[in-house]
Design a protein around this ligand. Structure first.
Ligand code: COA
Ligand code: MG
Length: 284
């Protein structure tokens, strides 16, 4: 699948040590899976999880789901062995935790030639250096690590996430400036579906491609909220048709539902249809 056309609505963390969860993954409607070796895996489990994960990725067909492996940082006892174990393993990207700078990306790039890299954006320094991180030529995706960021900032949790907005906004700007995919942080209260829905909608409205998730029960909401609605798809089609007709008549603008449609709206309309097609391909 063309990675640009790939949907990233739902990005599910699965602890690399949990065999049962790994087994379930092939049946879950996730656009992507983050196989975690970092914070979801206990210290004494790290080497076993690494081996289990490498073996699982080599031997399992995950269909259209993107496979992302979150390694431990290179400043830990496990990071280098994690990267080494993933060389030659089929995966879409290696996710680096607690990225502070482009140099942190380069350090992993040197150890695993060719692999796409993603960055956890979850430290104050990472927020301030988001632009240079997103500009790294091997960097293809960013994941907001809102729990770690809240810890480092001393932020209190609020439903409106106001204290988080500067960090979220800086990373979004950086990702969009450099054509990098970006997904929002997790919603911790995994039994609170309505709270999750509200936070997904907020992230979608800000421009995130999707949301990271911690539990399978969160998949349906993220898949729904981050997909174009029927009304949006219909509007996109009508905008394109009206604009084509206007151009054929020598006009530069069209009007649809009482609103002006210019070239730039057509770019958005085409992106909406491409996303809908990618989602349909994922389901099919
Ligand atoms: N991915 C895949 N399957 C998962 C899953 C996940 N993230 N979380 C739970 N499941 C499975 C369970 O294995 C269980 O399967 P089973 O019924 O066949 O045994 C089923 O879903 C129901 O699980 P449930 O009992 O509701 O959850 P739990 O109490 O076992 O676990 C968590 C709750 C939060 C500990 C667990 O969801 C989890 O570990 N999530 C990922 C955490 C993580 O990766 N954090 C790092 C990034 S923030
Ligand atoms: Mg983290």
């Amino acid at each position: 699948m063309d990675r640009n056309a790939r949907p990233w609505r739902s990005v599910l963390y699965i602890p690399g040590s949990k065999e049962r969860a790994l087994d379930k993954a092939t049946g879950l409607p996730a656009d992507a899976i983050i196989f975690d070796l970092e914070d979801a895996v206990a210290v004494e489990e790290k080497p076993r999880a690494r081996d289990l994960l490498a073996q699982t990725l080599r031997g399992t067909d995950f269909g259209g789901r993107a496979r992302i492996v979150r390694i431990n940082g290179l400043d830990t006892a496990w990071g280098r062995d994690d990267v080494a174990a993933m060389v030659g393993v089929p995966l879409e990207a290696v996710l680096i935790p607690k990225v502070n700078s482009a140099a942190d990306v380069q350090a992993v790039a040197d150890l695993i030639p060719g692999a796409d890299l993603w960055a956890m954006m979850e430290t104050p320094l990472g927020m301030l250096n988001a632009a240079e991180i997103a500009a790294h030529p091997r960097l293809k995706g960013m994941v907001m690590g809102t729990n770690d960021l809240a810890k480092d900032l001393g932020t209190r949790f609020r439903a409106d996430r106001l204290p988080m907005m500067t960090g979220l906004g800086l990373c979004l700007l950086a990702a969009r400036a450099h054509g990098v995919t970006i997904v929002d942080g997790v919603y911790n209260a995994f039994k609170d579906v309505e709270g999750l829905r509200a936070e997904c909608m907020q992230g979608r409205d800000m421009g995130f491609d999707g949301k990271t998730l911690i539990h399978p029960d969160q998949l349906a909401v993220a898949n729904e909220v981050f997909a174009p609605s029927e009304a949006e798809i219909d509007l996109a089609r009508r905008q394109i048709a009206a604009f084509d007709a206007a151009q054929a008549a020598g006009q530069g603008v069209a009007v649809v539902d009482g609103k002006i449609v210019e070239n730039l709206h057509i770019v958005t309309a085409q992106a909406t249809l491409a996303k809908a097609a990618a989602i349909a391909a994922m389901a099919g």
